[in-house]
Every structure is written in C-alpha cells, then in structure tokens.
Design a protein around this ligand. Structure first.
Ligand SMILES: *Cc1c(COP(=O)(O)O)cnc(C)c1O
Length: 408
C-alpha cells in the first residue's frame, strides 16, 4: 500500500513548479492540455532505463522477465484504478486518440454496416470526432451529432431523439475539455444500451479529476491519456468489456500480438496483447501506474473537492472583474474554465498572461465544431490540477484584469 500524501504537500513532488518564467514564478493553468510529472514518476521511469531496461514478453533472461512483470503489474494497477474486473480488459495505448482509433477500427470495421449510425456530441474533442468520421466514410455509415444547450450542457432530449435501431456506437466525452461540463455519462451509457448500441467514454478529462468506476458506469469502452493524469507522454489506456475485446479483430499487425504466424495464415493472441502490436512503451506504462498510485495516495475525492473550490474561485473572480464572458456554465462543472475578455482575441489575452508567467491555453482546444456552435473563434482556458493553489488563481485573476485594461 502507498503512504498517504497530504494535499498541502503535493507541490514539493513536482520539480517544474519551482521553475521561473521570465524571472517570475510559474503559474501553470494548462493542465487540461497536459499535467506536470511528480518526482516519483520521473524516477520510476529513469530507474528502469538506469538499471533494468530490456525488451519484454520474449526474453528468457532476467531483465526481460523483470520488465515483463513491471508491465503486467502496471496493467493491474490501471485496472484497479478504474475498477475493471479483469486486467486483461486494459489495453495500453499511447493516448486517448489512439484508444478511440483502435475502437473505431478493431470494432467498427467489422461490426458496422451501410446505413448504421454513430452518435457523438457537439462538444467533442477532434479525437472523438475524426476517427468516427473516417469509420463512417469507410463503411457508408452516418455520423449523428447531439446538440448542446446554451449554457454548455448536453441536450439529452436531442440524444433521445437521435437514438434508434440504426445506432451502433455512442461515443461521448465524460467531461468537456473546453467548458468543464460534466456529462451524465452513466445515463448516456444506459440510453445507448437501451437501443442496442455500445457506449464509448472519452475519459481524458475525467480520469485526472474524479473516481472512475467502469462497472458502475457500465460502459463498453473507456479511453484516457496518461499525460493528463501526471504520467509520462505516450502512456494511455483503453478499457474494453471482456466479451467485446475477445470478439474483436486486431487493428495493427506485428510482433507481440500473434499466436502463430505462417504464410498460410496467422492466429492472434488473446486480448489485450492482440491489440498491442510491436514493442510497447512499457516504461511509460510503469510511469502511468506510478502516477495513478500517486493520485491514490493523495486521494481523488480530496483532489476533486480542492479543484472544485478553485474552479468556483475562478468563475466568481472572473464575474467580479466584469466584462468577461464565461463560456459554458454547466451546473456540474469540473477542472476547466473557458472565457473571453471583452472583444479581445483569446490569443492576445494569452500573450499578456504568458509574460506574467501564467500558462493558459487559447484557441479552439481541438473542438472546432463546438466553437462553431458557440459562434466564437476560440476561448482562453484555465484548467487546474491537484497542485494548483488559491494563490495561482489570484495571480490569474489579477492577470486577466490587467489584460482587460491593456486591451480595452
Ligand atoms: C486531450 C483530450 C483528448 C485527446 O488526448 P490525446 O492525449 O491528445 O490523445 C481527447 N478528448 C478529450 C476530452 C481531451 O481533453
């Protein structure tokens, strides 16, 4: 078991937080794009390269076996973290994008037929749009889109209307990366199942901020990126329901994913290895497990409550400044706040904040259809993490007020 880490102490584990930007302390509020890495993660990865590195799953030698064990233990840690009953339900991937493409190809290519429908929403990240568009083009299927309300919530009536016997896949984000809207994803999974469709959850923005239980959600697939949950770049996971994975054809072919290869035909390994062609980044997988252990030793309920307070502080603070439009004011709001400062371009606001050492994201946030729906070119987005402080938010609010005065 991991030792408990107090939320008040977490900053000391993130070396980057003491870096100076233009001589000022770093105020890092771009956690929705990627999070910083704690020493535990950096060291776990460095340690393997220093002392244990060897290719996995095929060596008879000691180091190969050690690394294989690390990799498979990491899989167990990921499974446990999201309450997957079987660790074979966890496929290691590079990120959310790869996970969704895997489902669109390995599931979609054989299960969908001309006239079938895939449902996404207006608030999806491009990673949860384009793979389905490509699938629909290949198959002759149709992509349907659920609308959102003006305050940035999913319109479940719109979903109700779209769902029908032609619906085969419903793929929705748990939390909007732009507006921070938390969707009632459990209900959406139920609605998908009611018409015989499978439910795919884009959990890129929820795994870092809340407890995820795939049994409770009753989803068929769930995708997330390690780098947004304090883990290394290039680490990520796809959860898949066991019976569905078992029935799926491979997407990529190569080493590791086979049972027997001959020119007369090849048989494939069982899941999850069937979907992990080639030498995997087992070091990243170990980094991911270490990051999830770190998160657990602080405690997701504690992190969630802390982040909720910070998000409220951002929203209230922006309202106090005046002349700020908050983009997306869902009742259930998590981790990210998007806004516009008067008529200023988000990019100009971001540039001014940057000079003050404040890192925010500006632009369309890989959600151009959402921007179109909202009738804007982009937003400024501040997104928090477990190490974000009240002081960071004060710095942001002062910065926004300064930018507003400069630009008006
Ligand atoms: C970041 C993000 C993605 C894509 O993640 P990658 O790590 O770039 O693959 C997909 N969906 C949401 C909601 C995201 O925030």
């Amino acid at each position: 078991m991991n030792e408990k880490i107090s939320l008040a102490d977490v900053r000391q584990y993130f070396p980057i937080l003491t870096e100076k930007i233009y001589g000022r302390p770093l105020t890092y509020l771009d956690n929705g794009a990627t999070t910083q890495k704690p020493t535990q993660v950096i060291e776990a990865c460095a340690d393997i390269y220093r002392k244990q590195n060897a290719n996995i799953h095929r060596g008879v030698h000691h180091l190969s076996n050690v690394c294989t064990e690390h990799y498979e233990n990491a899989r167990k840690t990921v499974a446990k973290h999201i309450n997957a009953a079987e660790h074979s339900s966890i496929v290691f991937v590079r990120n959310t994008t790869e996970a969704i493409n895997l489902v669109a190809n390995a599931y979609g290519n054989t299960r969908l037929h001309v006239g079938d429908e895939v449902v996404v929403s207006q608030m999806e990240h491009h990673s949860n749009i384009v793979p389905w568009q490509l699938l629909c083009e290949r198959i002759g299927a149709t992509l349907r889109v659920i609308d959102i309300t003006d305050n940035g919530e999913l319109d479940l009536h719109s979903l109700e209307k779209i769902l029908c016997s032609r619906t085969k896949i419903v793929s929705i984000t748990h939390v909007s990366n732009v507006m921070g809207t938390v969707n009632d994803i459990k209900k959406i999974c139920q609605m998908a199942h009611a018409v015989g469709a499978i439910a795919v959850v884009d959990a890129a923005q929820s795994v870092p901020h809340t407890v995820i239980d795939v049994v409770d959600l009753d989803c068929d697939f769930l995708a997330f990126s390690g780098h947004k949950v304090y883990a290394p770049l290039g680490s990520g996971a796809l959860y898949g329901r066991k019976e569905i994975l078992q029935d799926m054809q491979p997407w990529m072919g190569g080493g590791e994913m086979i049972d027997k290869v001959s020119f007369a035909g090849t048989t494939f390994a069982d899941p999850p290895l069937r979907f992990e062609a080639g030498t995997p980044d087992y070091v990243a997988a170990v980094g991911l497990a270490t990051a999830l252990d770190f998160v657990d030793s602080v405690g997701l309920p504690i992190i969630e409550q802390h982040e909720k307070q910070l998000v409220d502080k951002i929203i209230n603070g922006l309202k106090t400044i005046g002349g700020i439009r908050i983009v997306g004011e869902a009742t259930n709001h998590s981790s990210a706040v998007s806004f516009l400062v008067g008529k200023s371009h988000p990019y100009d606001v971001g540039m001014i904040l940057d000079k003050m050492g404040i890192a925010v994201r500006t632009g369309h946030h890989c959600a151009q259809p959402l921007m179109e729906r909202l009738g804007i070119v982009g937003t400024v987005r501040a997104s928090v993490a477990m190490y974000t402080t009240e002081n960071d938010i004060d710095t942001l609010l002062n910065g926004v007020e300064f930018a507003k005065n400069m630009l008006s």
